[in-house]
Write a new protein. Sequence first.
Length: 506
Amino acid sequence: MTVNYTRIGVVGAGAMGRGIAQIAAQAGSEVLLLDSFEGAAARGRDAIVAQWNKLHEKGRIDEATRDAQIARVKIAESAQALAGCDLVIEAVVENLEVKRKLFAELEAIVAPDATLATNTSSLSVTAIAAGLKHPERFAGFHFFNPVPLMKVVEVVAGFKTAPEVCTRLAGYAAQMGHSAVQAQDTPGFIVNHAGRGYGTEALRIVGEGVTDFVTVDRILREQAGFRLGPFELLDLTALDVSHPVMESIYRQYYDEPRYRPSVITAQRLAAGALGRKTGEGFYRYEDGAMQQAPEAPAPKLDTLPAVWVSPRAARRAELLRLVNTLGAQIDSGATASPQSLILVAPLGFDVTTVAAVDRLDATRTVGIDMLIDDAASKRRVLATNPATRRDMRDAAHALFARDGKAVSVIRDSGGFVTQRVIGTIVNIAADMCQQRVCTPGDLETAVQLGLGYPRGPLAMGNLYGPTNMLEVLFNMQTVYGDPRYRPSPWLRRRGALGLSLLHEEE
């Protein structure tokens, strides 16, 4: 076995430090675990050993492997014990001065050619290294919790980091069984930066009164294919972790509107409604189980009005086939007859704008989100406008629920829910490539492994069409007048030229 680093130190015996120590020992390195709190390193080692014992009991590792790994993890009584390490990884509290003080101490102890690495998730690698005599041997090495299961690590070059240091760390990550992605030293690196769109846009939707937390989660799981809805995810990660990250990245980018946090999470954080760990967040939890009221059934109507579909509807041919399949009579007139339900399917615009611009009878007009192929989705989403009659709302709901597919009806919103959230995710990812935070390939890998999205954000943009993404964003910017939705030059140029969003210039 080739070991890039034969003897490493891990400072911090919390969950992150334990995870790093575990996979390092599994990779063949001797590991010295250090913690400033008395007894913490011993407890950390015991927890690691317990994990290996469980794996052995389940037949996942044999006895010889378990015993060899246990023998490789030792406790360091002081920082001086790390003198012989060729790599030291810090996983202590996210405090700049604490980290600077620690590394100043370590630099005076370890050998001149030893690598120093920080597991920081939100602080500047350059800022941590600023007081070092040899910042060229210092880099970010950011793992995700739980480390043995989250198979991605961000290798972050500070302003003065030598390229070979990052190359060696990336090689060591591969030996640990992890995928290394290379990131520039920018706020949030890759994963926490790319993740800004999902939660913040969902919060914005709820903050506008478009719909509630549960409905947003249902839509993004069942229409867009996300594993967890944004509010389920916020409850899982806990607001005392998530909200400070939102604020930190927003402030570090000098109040960039794309990363704007929400007063909703600030208030819930102040109230202590943090999520699963407190038993209450966006959902309530009893014995760890999320409590959720059942979805109301769709209305049952004996007769339905004829349906007129706007000539400018997205996926119009597909929408007409769907309406026909569901058994509604299609109004094929150039304009809607006086009794027909009027269907529009805008990209980025709200139903109100379409009804006003196209001079439609707003009382009979309902929108449907057709960004995603209906056959690829488990839920349909309709939107009313402030003038929509209740009978027309119910008729649209009953029609699109006829085949048993779930239907959500929301209030008017530029971009419905899915268009808004996916458009924001794709736009932020495109701008990360524009800023050269990382390569498109590393961004896709980091997001899929670190955030668990159904596909990388650039691949998502390609799937739904770069020109469609541009239309969604331009129209949302028109509706809201908010620079949050301005399209990134990376997206604009590739959309205009018909290029893949994964395309890099030579």
